[in-house]
Design a protein around this ligand. Structure first.
Ligand code: ISL
Ligand code: CA
Length: 561
């Protein structure tokens, strides 16, 4: 990784002003609990990650987004932090962490830490002090309100993981607010002393040599609970600008904020030029699009490619003049992409490659979630006791109580539970997929016998080989990083198509999302002869006006004027 910015050579891209290292880099997300277990306790750990850096270097990724490894009671698998400056013993020690940072950097890979500062764990020493006495300085680090006249909570707001968003603490005679579980009390960002403590902690991590932060639900930190505004609240952008001034400015790092609610219309408030906030967002409009608007993620609706494309292209359009975006279809909160958008049966290989092609050749920074690069699939659990995730378990209780049949809930969870992507990484066809020599904390997918890293490494036509190629194309071709995107065939319910343009070069990308051959008619100006960049079906260098795409075929042709 060159950590020095340099001017962009390509003429069109002068708009970007300066090139940053992450403009050409691909990110890789590690969910440490499920990646590699070095000591046989069934839980993935930091030495396990370090031992697998060769895999990441082979793939060619520029940085790792590491899901939380801090000290935590693990109510939400580390998204509940009890000490921001310590490592959870089950993941290793601070020495292990320093070694990971150093060894990754030697291979040109930066480590991006997960910053979870909308809330802490209820076991953080700040919260212990806060709940013990109203006059403790830490009391005001959290969001407290007096009871309503009837003694109940201030309002009827529900928490994201189920139940009321307010919990009572007898010692202080007040309720505290938690957007997520009661074990995750929200931090009070209105308090300057809290903000200063967070900035201090962030500088401490950056000084250890990390490459940036992925900021968990950052769009929540400007909330006004009294007005019941949570997402994108009134003080959000003031806080982010202050954080930039106090911590981020002048450092050669990458920052990615998570927001479940940002529409393209306000996307540039976070990452527009001269905003001095963040580099890019993880936004979820293309994901939420696949959920039932009323009944939520456990009642997914059939996939609609036309509206999915509309959401993705709206963000492409946004980055035409300014800003930047991330590119992803899955993460540790989402199902496996080949199961959700592709075909995890007979067309698994082709559909996994097709999804990678159409996503990675867009403008933005692509993220690969562990196991995606070998086409790992959903968990397919049959019983509720196989699930571990608190969101799934809490919703299970609530939905069964409200009369949803067991089979219907399990079917929804099989499609959309967060545990689908949390089963152990499949390294080999051996015992426990080579993830652990002990008993894994969550069951290994039985298909590890045929879907694993070892096997993909031996096959030049593997999904892994396809990803490695896409990662390299982004590093090498200006048009992939900086070309402008123009959607094609927008009304097609079965094919995603677009062209990228930079100077007099054009890159045409097509993907068939179905198991049937599709005949498409390319618009004027698109057909032509060029260089085949991906070879999902042997590779095409020539695009005729009338074209037949094979089931799940993807095509990328680079043409010069
Ligand atoms: O996936 C989700 C939508 O239903 C939520 O479960 C998700 O938790 C939420 O959108 C925000 O996610 C982030 O913050 C959570 C943590 O549980 C997730 O793992 C994290 O990615 C609370 O810290
Ligand atoms: Ca372990």
């Amino acid at each position: 990784m060159t950590l020095l910015d340099r001017p962009i050579a390509a003429p069109h891209a002068a708009r970007e002003r300066t090139e940053r290292w992450w403009h050409r880099a691909t990110g890789y997300q590690i969910y440490p609990r499920s990646f590699a277990d070095s000591n046989g306790d069934g839980v993935g750990d930091i030495p396990g990650i370090t031992s697998r850096l060769g895999h990441l270097a082979d793939l060619g990724v520029g940085f790792v987004w590491l899901s939380p490894v801090y000290a935590s009671p693990m109510v939400d698998n580390g998204y509940d932090i009890s000490d921001y400056r310590a490592i959870a013993p089950e993941f290793g020690t601070m020495e292990d962490m320093d070694r990971l940072i150093a060894e990754a950097r030697e291979r040109g890979i930066g480590i991006v830490m997960d910053l979870v500062v909308n809330h802490s764990s209820s076991l953080h020493h700040w919260f212990r002090a806060a709940r013990a006495a109203r006059d403790a300085p830490e009391h005001d680090f959290y969001v407290w309100r007096d009871p309503a006249p009837d003694g109940g909570p201030p309002d009827d707001q529900q928490a994201a993981f189920g139940g009321p968003a307010w919990s009572w603490v007898e010692e202080v005679g007040q309720y505290y607010f938690h957007y997520f579980s009661p074990a995750q009390p929200d931090l009070n960002w209105q308090n300057p002393a809290l903000r200063a403590a967070i900035y201090d902690m962030m500088r401490w991590w950056l000084d250890r040599g990390i490459a940036g932060f992925r900021m968990d639900v950052i769009s929540l930190i400007g909330k006004d609970v009294d007005a019941r505004i949570y997402e994108e609240g009134p003080t959000l952008h003031d806080h982010l600008q202050e954080m930039h001034r106090e911590v981020l400015s002048g450092r050669d790092i990458v920052t990615i904020g998570e927001s479940w609610s940002v529409p393209p219309a306000t996307g540039l408030l976070y990452c527009g030029r001269d905003r001095n906030e963040l580099d890019m967002m993880f936004e979820f409009s293309h994901i939420r699009d696949g959920w039932d608007p009323e009944r939520g993620k456990f009642a997914p609706k059939p996939f609609d490619l036309v509206s999915f494309k509309r959401e993705l292209f709206a963000w492409q359009d946004l980055t035409r003049q300014d800003g930047w975006t991330s590119l992803f279809l899955t993460n540790h909160d989402l199902p496996r992409q080949v199961s959700f958008y592709g075909d995890d049966g007979p067309n698994r290989q082709q559909s996994a490659k097709m999804l990678a092609t159409v996503l990675h050749l867009l403008k933005g920074t692509p993220f690969i979630y562990q196991g995606e690069e070998i086409g790992m699939t959903n968990a397919a659990f049959e019983r509720i006791d196989q699930y571990r995730d608190l969101e799934t378990l809490n919703h299970f209780e609530a939905q069964i109580a409200s009369g949803v049949p067991l089979e219907a809930f399990i079917a929804g969870a099989n499609r959309n539970s967060r545990d689908n992507s949390r089963t152990p990484m499949q390294w080999t066809s051996g015992a426990n997929a080579g993830f652990t020599s002990g008993t894994p904390w969550i069951e290994v997918n039985p298909n590890a016998a045929s879907i694993n890293v070892e096997q993909d490494m031996q096959d030049p036509g593997s999904i892994f080989a396809h990803y490695r190629r896409l990662v390299r194309l982004r590093r090498e071709l200006d048009i992939v990083s900086f070309g402008k995107t123009e959607p094609l065939l927008e009304g097609s319910p079965s094919v995603m198509a677009y062209q990228r343009q930079l100077g007099d070069e054009r890159l045409v990308v097509l993907g068939n999302f179905t198991a049937q051959a599709q005949d498409v008619a390319l618009p004027d100006g698109v057909p032509g002869m060029g260089r085949a960049l991906v070879a999902s079906h042997g590779g095409r260098a020539r695009l005729d006006r009338d074209l037949r795409l094979e089931p799940f075929e993807s095509v990328a042709v680079l043409m010069a004027a």
